[in-house]
Design a protein around this ligand. Structure first.
Ligand SMILES: [Zn+2]
Ligand SMILES: [Zn+2]
Length: 344
């Protein structure tokens, strides 16, 4: 089979490799579609020494089954979660694999075939296209959905999303769908245009103004109920604390290191709540599917779709910042096998 290799310095190659063999509890999935994730860009742009997580959002058809797997069959369409649990703990019993202390990571999904844990494969109903499936069972919608569970109060009316890359755009879509007024903040105008199309009522270009001042102004001076940090930058994180109203909530999506935070100034005297939201729970796929069926236009997050063979072009576009979700399609070159239900 063929697999993508990120060689570093923005070089992508497609190389041959032996087919994966499933261990007990695992399956092999023949990839239909995989999605690029911002977390891969570090490896893409890096010096090539580390391979990182090359693909962790993918859907396809089960083609091989390991020992002890009874609830998946050959030919089953599935969406794979890249995080699998030990199967045996308090959190795994609740399908909250990210909280399992022994969770394992499955990557290498930008390939014609990939390994997945059977317990982390979600059987895709027939009416769910590959494109919708890869967002619903991957972190494209998963992170924004999981984030929404942390800010569920009906009192929340205004949400500012700082950083509208793919995850930030997912938050815009999700929060707008929940009926909240969404303010999108970024420095790339193409992304702000995309945010507007996904439901942001106001956009703020932080290159052109003071984003904190502007967000506060747009919320009547008091600040917004919630700020979501989705840029993974310290200045954005600090801006979130300034733009949120007293007694509001700051949610961290973007990974980052230490911040100069004063508990008195940032939390205590303004009653601020800060929460983290990482990835999503496998158990949440049911709710995401329901949201999709009730009208959440999840495929609007997709801006580009390339045949697998054109992965280099796909990464170049994704890395430019001028895209939302970018998909690799493993069937584009073979129209007879194309998913007829896919409109994209
Ligand atoms: Zn991801
Ligand atoms: Zn566990």
């Amino acid at each position: 089979m063929r697999i993508i290799r990120l060689e570093g310095k923005s070089v992508v190659t497609v190389v041959d490799q032996a087919d994966p063999v499933p261990a007990p509890g695992e399956v092999v999935v023949e990839t239909a579609v995989s999605a690029l994730c911002g977390s891969e860009l570090h490896t893409y742009r890096g010096d090539g020494l580390e391979q990182g997580n090359i693909g962790h959002e993918a859907v396809g058809t089960v083609v091989a089954i390991g020992e002890g797997v009874s609830d998946l069959k050959i030919g089953q369409r599935v969406g794979a979660s890249a995080i699998a649990g030990c199967g045996d703990c308090f959190y795994c019993a609740r399908r909250q694999y990210t909280w399992c202390p022994e969770h394992a990571f499955y990557g290498s999904m930008h390939a014609e075939r990939f390994l997945a844990a059977a317990a982390a494969c979600y059987p895709l109903p027939d009416d769910i296209s590959w494109a919708a499936g890869v967002l619903i069972t991957g972190d494209g919608l998963g992170v924004p959905y999981h984030t929404s569970t942390k800010i569920a109060s009906p009192d929340i009316r205004t949400v500012a999303v700082f950083g509208v890359g793919p995850i930030g755009l997912g938050n815009v879509l999700m929060q707008a769908h929940l009926g909240r007024r969404v303010i999108a903040v970024d420095i790339v105008s193409e992304r702000l245009v995309a945010a507007e199309a996904l439901g942001a009522s106001d956009v703020v270009n932080a290159r052109e103004c003071d984003p904190v001042e502007r967000v506060r102004m747009l919320s009547g001076g008091a600040g917004v109920d919630v700020c979501i940090e989705a840029a993974g930058r310290s200045e954005t994180a600090l801006a979130c604390f300034e733009a949120v109203r007293t007694a509001g909530t700051v949610v961290f999506n973007g990974e980052q290191g230490a911040l100069p935070i004063s508990p008195s100034d940032q939390f205590i005297r303004r009653d601020i709540t800060a929460v983290g939201a990482w990835y999503y729970h496998f158990s949440e796929v049911d709710q995401m599917l329901e949201l999709y069926r009730n009208g959440l236009p999840v495929t609007n997050l997709i801006s580009h779709r390339y045949p697998f063979e054109e992965a280099g072009i796909a990464y170049e576009k994704f890395s430019s910042g001028q895209s939302a979700k970018v998909l690799l399609d493993y069937q584009m070159g073979a129209p007879n096998q194309a998913d007829a239900s896919d409109s994209l």
